[in-house]
Design a protein around this ligand. Structure first.
Ligand SMILES: [Zn+2]
Ligand SMILES: [Zn+2]
Length: 301
């Protein structure tokens, strides 16, 4: 048994991370709770006591290194008990909207997203079965996975066609092979990204079945500003102003999406709706070409 996996921490976890993981696991799998079992709870405590003590941890790390090569072996033992190797299946992709600012898209930036996904159970490697599980032939179908219904054979309902039943599946995931978990991913927003573009995070999707690969995460970009409309690399903004402030030589001040104030001098008296073009103050495309800002000025009186 891998203590790191029992606590769900990385091999280089800090004492703080170990403490935090222990508190969460101890709470979740406490024997008083419906998910808890005395046996698994004891393992959690043993894992914690070993990893939190620097000297014990050092010795354990040496031992674990030797055991790791045997882990694959243990898994193949399970498969042997099952009488077959479960087919690996890739996990599903996840699509999520991500809101970014025009500034983040213009300059390019990094962002972190939190979301929930199915993560592979580290105790059973996603199989739902551990080396201690008892696998029994299904009594309903006598291990064939099929039962007779009239003249045809259908998959056995009791074992869902597997031909066997697991009497004590992995206690960590309840035999599902995955755990729903909040996940954090940091990703790069490339300069000049457009609304509706996808940012792909490889392996950011749900975990696969029976140790299959993770699916991918696709982030669909949306801009959070509602007062700037983007058309290609040009930006449109509407400004309302009293017509007495819209005489030739007057100045309109607006907040530009890059954070600065822009002062635009009015070239002529504006009596009705007019569009002013401010060169080079628009958005950017992926090649780095900058568009213009179009200010729709509407006099109100
Ligand atoms: Zn499991
Ligand atoms: Zn059956």
């Amino acid at each position: 048994m891998d203590f790191y996996k029992i606590l769900g921490v990385a091999r280089d976890a800090t004492p703080e991370e170990i403490k935090k993981a222990f508190r969460e696991k101890a709470k979740k799998f406490h024997p008083d709770r419906n998910k808890g079992s005395q046996e698994f709870f004891k393992k959690i405590i043993l894992a914690y006591e070993t990893l939190i003590d620097p000297e014990k941890r050092r010795k354990y790390d040496i031992k674990l290194q030797k055991e790791i090569s045997l882990l694959d072996n243990a898994l193949s033992k399970v498969y042997h008990a099952l009488g077959y190797t479960p087919v690996k299946k890739r996990g599903k992709d996840i699509y999520k909207k991500v809101f970014i600012s025009l500034k983040e898209g213009y300059l390019g930036s990094k962002k972190t997203i939190y979301y929930t996904r199915k993560e592979k159970c580290s105790i059973c490697e996603g199989t739902g079965v551990t080396e201690n599980s008892i696998v029994k032939e299904c009594k309903s179908c006598l291990g064939k996975g099929l039962i007779k219904k009239g003249f045809i054979k259908i998959p056995c309902i009791k074992c869902e066609g597997k031909g066997f039943q697991v009497l004590n599946p992995c206690v960590s995931c309840g035999g599902k092979g995955y755990i729903r978990k909040e996940t954090r991913k940091t990703f790069k927003i490339p300069e000049g990204i457009k609304e509706g573009d996808h940012i792909k995070i490889k392996g950011g999707g749900h975990c696969g079945k029976n140790g299959g690969d993770y699916g991918d995460l696709y982030l669909v970009v949306k801009f959070q500003e509602e007062d700037f409309q983007l058309k290609g690399k040009d930006i449109y903004k509407t400004v309302y102003s009293s017509s007495k402030d819209l005489k030739k030589g007057d100045v309109i001040s607006i907040h530009h999406f890059l954070g600065n104030m822009l002062s635009i001098e009015i070239p002529e008296d504006i009596k009705s709706e007019k569009i002013l073009r401010i060169k080079g103050r628009g958005y950017k495309d992926k090649k780095g070409y900058v568009g213009d800002l179009f200010l729709k000025v509407i006099p109100i009186d």
